[in-house]
Design a protein around this ligand. Structure first.
Ligand code: DAH
Length: 350
């Protein structure tokens, strides 16, 4: 072997390698190529071992050419590697493409239940008028639920509010009115009282479109020197306008409750017809929404407020009734069924 033969062999080798490299499709094949043309057992290595057999004058030139070939192959390898990686990346981008036009995943939001919502709304109205909010026990003493509200044991008014008794003297409260007594006893006849009491109450009623054995009330109580029935009416008017709109009006009709004197049923001008008469208000133009009155002297004196000095008004409204009217729901039972089709219509308010 001489320099010319070596040069020719290198040339053929390089051409062959370059052609081969064009066929390479993936990294495994590229590695095979590297081992074949640049590895220890490659033709280039074999040739370089034969340089020693050449003459002194030819040896440096032979070494130089071998290095040049090796360098050319290494450069070609690096370029091919880059191209291969790039095309693999392109293919991955193509196959794993994210379709940004797909609709997003929905994260459903909770909503405030219409009963809680109307309670919060009514609380806001009365907070704005300087009332505080109190809550009382749902399991109540007969004394607070009835007797101190001027409803003695054999009083016929008890029949209207039959409930679930735990013992002779302990029952599920039939209304939020016992909190009138609890609040006034705590104040011990000293300072004026202005409080509203939202809460759950119980009755021995058959459930139907307008009745539930468990429902909610909001009690209101204002006691001070010189409180008059006109204060009651003004307060309820303010409430009606805030909850049902500026055109609202209320009407007081004489009624009876043992713990108020005088007592009244309070009507709201019909929100469906505006007062002209329709099916909803049974052609009367008015809808009953709550009971109210001036706190009975027996009740005041019984809790330590001297009825010759103090006077007050009280009212009690059914929360469900207000919610049904305000949200146009027809059956009270819908408020307890947790049907998402109803509940989803109420957005969060906080
Ligand atoms: N507690 C009565 C009921 O549940 C409603 C009521 C009437 C409350 C008159 C009052 C009131 O505070 O003054 O039927």
């Amino acid at each position: 072997m001489d320099l010319q033969m070596l040069t020719d062999a290198l040339k053929t080798l390089e051409q062959g390698a370059m052609n081969q490299l064009k066929q390479v499709q993936n990294e495994a094949e590229l590695e095979q190529w590297r081992v074949a043309y640049l590895g220890k057992k490659s033709a280039v290595s074999t040739l370089s071992r034969q340089v020693g057999s050449l003459g002194d004058s030819e040896r440096p030139l032979a070494g130089e050419r071998i290095n040049k070939t090796r360098q050319a192959l290494q450069e070609a390898l690096a370029t091919a590697k880059g191209t291969l990686e790039e095309s693999l990346l392109l293919r991955r981008l193509e196959t794993q493409r994210v379709d940004i036009t797909l609709p997003g995943r929905r994260h459903p939001r909770g909503a405030i239940h219409p009963i809680s919502r109307i309670i919060h709304e009514i609380e806001e109205v009365f907070l704005g008028m300087g009332y505080t909010i109190a809550e009382g026990p749902e399991v109540e003493l007969d004394a607070f639920n009835f007797e101190k509200l001027n409803i003695p044991k054999d009083h016929p008014a008890r029949d209207m509010q039959d409930t679930f008794y735990l013992t002779d003297n302990l029952l599920m409260r039939t209304h939020t009115s016992p909190m009138q007594v609890r609040t006034m006893e705590k104040m011990a006849g000293a300072s004026p009282v202005k409080v509203i009491v939202p809460g759950r109450v119980y009755r021995r009623d058959e459930d139907d479109a307008t009745h539930s054995h468990a429902f909610h009330q909001i009690e209101g109580l204002a006691v001070d020197k010189g409180i008059r029935m006109s204060d009651l009416k003004g307060t309820l008017e303010e409430f009606a306008v805030a909850v049902f709109g500026p055109q609202q009006a209320v009407r007081l009709r004489p009624s009876f409750f043992p713990f108020t004197e005088p007592s009244a049923e309070v009507d709201l001008r019909c929100i469906a017809c505006g007062g002209s008469g329709c099916r909803m208000c049974k052609e009367t133009g008015w809808i009953e929404i709550l009971g109210a009155g001036m706190v009975h002297p027996h009740v005041l004196d019984g809790v330590g407020y001297d009825s010759r000095i103090f006077s007050g008004f009280a009212f009690g409204m059914g929360v469900e009734r207000i919610a049904l009217l305000k949200y146009g729901i027809e059956d009270i039972r819908m408020l307890y069924q947790n049907d998402l089709r109803l509940l989803e219509q109420f957005e969060r308010i906080f």
